[in-house]
Every structure is written in C-alpha cells, then in structure tokens.
Design a protein around this ligand. Structure first.
Ligand SMILES: NC(=O)c1ccc[n+]([C@@H]2O[C@H](COP(=O)([O-])OP(=O)(O)OC[C@H]3O[C@@H](n4cnc5c(N)ncnc54)[C@H](OP(=O)(O)O)[C@@H]3O)[C@@H](O)[C@H]2O)c1
Length: 325
C-alpha cells in the first residue's frame, strides 16, 4: 500500500494510474475541489461528466481543464441539487444515454449559508448536500450498477463534528437555525448515507466518505466575521482537536491539489478494498476519536441505526423508495 498523507497531491495519487475506459461523474465540478478532481482524472485518461447548476461556470471550468489537459474527454450536465425536478430530469436524460458510471463523486456542497430553503422546501444545507445527492445517486443507480467495480464517493467534512443528523427536525422547523449545526448535520448525513449504501449493496459497490482538509475555495462565500469566530471557538472546544488547534482554533490549510487528493484516492485506489464504507482524511482511513483536521471522526457517524433511519427519512422526504434489489 502506498503511503500518502496531508500534502499528497492529485497528480501524485494518479502517478502511473491509467483511467482510459473509465467513466466518472462529478457534482459541483464548476469550481474548487470538483474542478481539480476532474482535471486530475482527465489527465489520467478518464472520461468525465461534469455536473453543475450554472452553465457559464461549468463552461469556464471545462475551458480551464481543456487548457491544461487538451485530450480531456468531458461531458457537461446541468443539475441543481436544490431542485428535485432538475435532478430527476438530469438523471432521466443521463440514463437514456446508457453510459455506465464507474465512479460517482458527490462533491457539490454549500456551507454555513443563512436559513434558506430549496425549491422543494427543504432546509438548504441538508437539502443540497444530503437530499440532493441521495436522490441523484439513487436515480443514477442503474448506470452505476453497470459500472466496472463501481464506487460512490461522498464529500463529507471535519464539520461533521458540529452535529449529528436530527431525524426529528431535519428542516429546523422546531429548533433554532444555526448555520454550523446545519452544515454539521448535512456532513454527518453524507457519512451515514455512505455506510447505508454499503450495508445495502454489500460487495456490489464501494463507497467512501471524504474529509478533504481545509482549502480556500468558493465554499466560504457565506462566511461572516461572526461565523468565522464561531467556527474558531468550535474547533477550540472540540475534545478531539489537536493541542495546537485547541489553543488557536487554527486549521492547517491545503493547496487545491492536496485538497482534492483524498477524493481522487478514494475514487481510484485498490488499497481500500478491505475498508468499504470508511470515512477518509489526508489520504488515509479514518480514526475514531482522532484529530478531525486530519482523519479523525466522532463515533456517532458509524451508528447503523441512524444510517438506516436517515435512509427511510430521506425516501419519505423525496417521496420515492429505493430498494436495493
Ligand atoms: N474547501 C474546504 O475546506 C472543504 C472542507 C471540508 C469539506 N469540503 C467539501 O468539499 C466539497 C467541495 O467544496 P469546495 O470547497 O470545492 O467548494 P466550492 O468551490 O464552493 O464548490 C462547490 C460546488 O458545489 C456547487 N453547488 C453548490 N450548490 C449547488 C446546487 N444547489 N446544485 C448544484 N451544484 C451546487 C457549486 O456550484 P456554484 O458555484 O454554482 O454554487 C460548486 O461547483 C463540498 O461538499 C464541501 O462541503 C470542503
């Protein structure tokens, strides 16, 4: 097994890897970690469906990738994960093309936004980060099941430490809205979803939840000085933070190439065969109770009952059942 770590880059992960003939679908591909993942995967020969909600932004991202990888085999798709009708129509059109999906990377995300709702009335962070990807993944499952050793990678975050999911009040109807609690709920949901996919599909597919590290991207667009201060205090108060983080609340920043490395590793390595369903960080398997800025996670994210209940709640919310056979 290769030894990778926090500074490993996407290109290092893919050194000597040939992805010709493999098809990847990446959500949130119009910027940040999604765009860098597409660039890296394309450079290793993969064909990629780049998904985003904004046509101008996806065109610009595809142009940047082609400037760096002239041979990139890219297809663009418009899907708004905060709108179930958009997800349904994208999935329907994708399935008509009968393209097998080898790897789906559920990378899109919104962080710490004000209290907003999706087109269908769901709280925005849970609705986009979890429910949007829950629906998209399940609708694309026929194409994923025809993929070669298929995988589903779900972007989570050390932010899962802010909160577990709230199955009683997923839309903050009775609890007071908190931008960080909401982000935490949605990023814990990404892990529960990963675990439940593996429980339901067994060896038929692999799924991993990824903390990429802390990278300066457009994800911070909603941050105010007050939210930054609150985040620092939360990091200091985390029982599992490193000694340095407890004192300063500081987080180690990564480059874009190192930030996208863990999801590219999860999507392509053969080294994780014995760790299906794991939470990953810094290109390593997660450690319960470890430092969340690296690959540490809190134990509640591996609770099987929560994962089963979240799946049932999500089916109820999107008004569709997804049996695994
Ligand atoms: N950066 C970090 O430090 C960090 C840390 C931990 C976890 N993560 C996770 O990493 C993932 C990627 O984030 P990033 O840092 O690369 O942020 P980013 O640059 O803001 O990229 C997020 C992507 O998601 C898209 N998106 C947002 N809402 C969407 C919607 N309703 N429908 C479709 N696409 C939507 C964005 O499109 P628009 O530009 O059109 O909004 C953008 O393409 C996220 O899941 C995030 O939670 C990031």
């Amino acid at each position: 097994m290769a030894i990778f770590g926090s500074e490993t880059t996407t290109d290092q992960i893919l050194e000597g890897v040939d992805l010709n003939g493999r098809h990847f679908v990446v959500t949130g591909a119009s910027s940040g970690l999604g765009e860098e993942s597409v660039r890296a995967l394309s450079s290793a020969g993969a064909s990629v469906s780049m998904l985003a909600r904004n046509p101008e932004k996806i065109d610009a991202a595809a142009d940047r990738i082609r400037a760096s990888v002239p041979s990139a085999d890219l297809e663009k798709g418009i899907v708004d994960l905060a709108d179930m009708s958009s997800i349904r129509s994208y999935a329907e059109s994708f399935l008509q093309k009968e393209i097998a999906i080898d790897v789906l990377i559920n990378n899109a995300g919104v962080m710490a936004c004000p209290r907003l709702t999706t087109n269908d009335g769901f709280e925005m962070q849970f609705g986009t980060n979890h429910l949007g990807h829950f629906l998209l993944t399940n609708l694309l499952m026929p194409a994923i099941r025809t993929g070669h050793k298929p995988r589903i990678i779900n972007l989570s975050s050390a932010g899962h430490t802010h909160s577990d999911v709230d199955l009683e009040d997923p839309n903050f109807e009775t609890t007071e809205y908190s931008a960080w609690e909401s982000y935490g709920r949605s990023k814990s949901a990404n892990i529960h979803f990963t675990r439940e996919l593996v429980r339901r599909y067994g060896d038929e597919l692999q799924s991993f939840a990824v903390h990429p590290g802390v990278i300066i991207t457009e994800l911070g667009r909603h941050l105010t000085p007050e939210l930054m201060e609150e985040m620092v205090e939360r990091v200091k108060a985390r029982s599992t933070s490193s000694t340095e983080a407890k004192q300063t609340g500081g987080l180690p920043f990564k480059s874009m190439e190192a930030g996208a490395a863990t999801q590219v590793w999860a999507a392509t390595t053969d080294d994780l065969a014995g760790n299906n369903g794991s939470y990953l960080g810094d290109c390593k398997v997660g450690v319960e109770g470890g430092n969340p800025s690296e690959n540490g996670y809190l134990p509640y994210i591996y609770n099987e009952d929560t994962a089963k209940a979240l799946w049932a709640l999500s089916e109820e919310m999107v008004q569709q059942e997804f049996p695994s056979n």
